[in-house]
Design a protein around this ligand. Structure first.
Ligand code: TXA
Ligand code: MG
Length: 321
């Protein structure tokens, strides 16, 4: 975290806004969230209108402490309890059968609720002082790249959000891993900041949702996390005809050997490190959106560890409707 950490007074003011039914943007370790008190349906409705998010896309409920889980979840299977005991606060969201205290607008009418405890002191203090669970999607217009800095939020939603707490750049940079415990076998709904391999070592096999681009999560639309500039996935530089390179950007994990005729190149990490690549991914997509290139050619990492989440986000950014 940088020196921008909000003061205790600012967090108190933000919590008061939440309690009065307003929305507040706040930092988490993954991406910035746009929060409202989860038990206040009218407040949650404001999130949907600010983001222009369709009501069929349910929200994640954020808690200050794992002990509060049974306030929102009706059933907690042993494997879910095991994962959250180990990884909360942290980038994992569990989908469990919900309690009646969670209004339908939060869960899009589903009988389940998605829950996590974020690993960021500002988020935790805010939720604690709000005194209620906080529903929060990523703080971006629906379908666009998630924000990893307060400036990203300010630029796109600034006018519409009463307060943005600035906790500096997000440390992880991709959203939480979502595991559903609705069926007998735990199911991966979204790869994210906590690698699947780590979770499988602890609780055994985790199934992939039937169609990786359209799993059961209503919000997991094929095109998501997308900048305005078209993104095309390639396996290697040689896949792009030389004639097309002058108008395109090349996006790689590690530095490319040379420019290879592309208008510009961007790499997400100086040495291929996937933590660094994840942390830089969304800011780099936003930066490329501000250039004049007409297409971004992206080479995803192998789908191991954090590479699974990075490749997933690049694929969704590339999927044209
Ligand atoms: O890291 C994160 O998870 C961030 C930070 C702010 O916590 N939040 C985030 O929220 O990424 P959002 O709304 O952008 O993505 C939440 C995803 C959506 O794809 C939604 O469909 C899914 O979670 N989801 C929420 N509730 C669900 C449920 N009951 N069943 C299945 N999927 C659910
Ligand atoms: Mg989102």
């Amino acid at each position: 975290m940088t020196g921008q950490t909000p003061s205790s007074k600012e967090i108190t003011a933000a919590a008061a806004l939440l309690r009065s039914g307003q929305c507040v943007a706040f930092p988490t370790e993954t991406v910035y969230g746009l929060g409202a008190v989860a038990t206040n349906a009218a407040a949650v409705a404001r999130i949907f209108s600010i983001k222009q998010r369709p009501y069929f896309d349910p929200l994640i409920v954020h808690l200050a402490h794992a002990d509060d889980l049974d306030r929102v979840a009706a059933e907690i299977p042993a494997a879910a309890a095991q994962l959250v005991a180990r990884h909360w606060p942290g980038p994992i969201t569990v989908v469990l059968r919900k309690r009646d205290s969670i209004p339908d607008i939060v869960t899009a009418g589903l009988p389940t609720v998605a829950v996590r405890v974020p690993n960021h002191p500002v988020a935790l203090e805010l939720i604690r002082r709000a005194g209620e669970p906080v529903a929060a999607p990523s703080a971006n217009p629906f379908g666009y790249v998630s924000p990893t800095s307060a400036a990203h939020v300010r630029r796109q939603l600034g006018e519409a959000v009463p307060m943005i707490l600035d906790g500096g750049p997000c440390q992880i940079g991709v959203e939480s891993t979502i595991i559903s415990f609705e069926a007998e076998i735990p199911t991966l709904l979204r790869p994210g900041g906590l690698p699947l391999e780590t979770l499988e070592r602890e609780i055994g096999k985790i199934a992939f949702a039937a169609n990786p681009l359209m799993p059961n999560a209503p919000g997991q639309l094929p095109q998501h996390y997308a900048p305005r500039v078209p993104v095309e996935i390639i396996a290697e530089v040689g896949d792009v005809p030389t004639a097309l390179r002058a108008n395109g950007a090349l996006l790689t994990i590690a530095p490319p050997e040379d420019r290879a005729g592309f208008a510009l190149t961007r790499h997400l990490s100086d040495d291929g490190n996937l933590e660094a690549a994840a942390a830089n991914l969304f800011a780099t997509l936003r930066e490329l959106d501000d250039t004049t290139v007409s297409v971004v050619y992206a080479i995803p990492p192998p789908e191991k560890g954090l590479g699974l989440a990075i490749a997933d986000r690049l694929r969704r950014a590339a999927h044209s409707q």
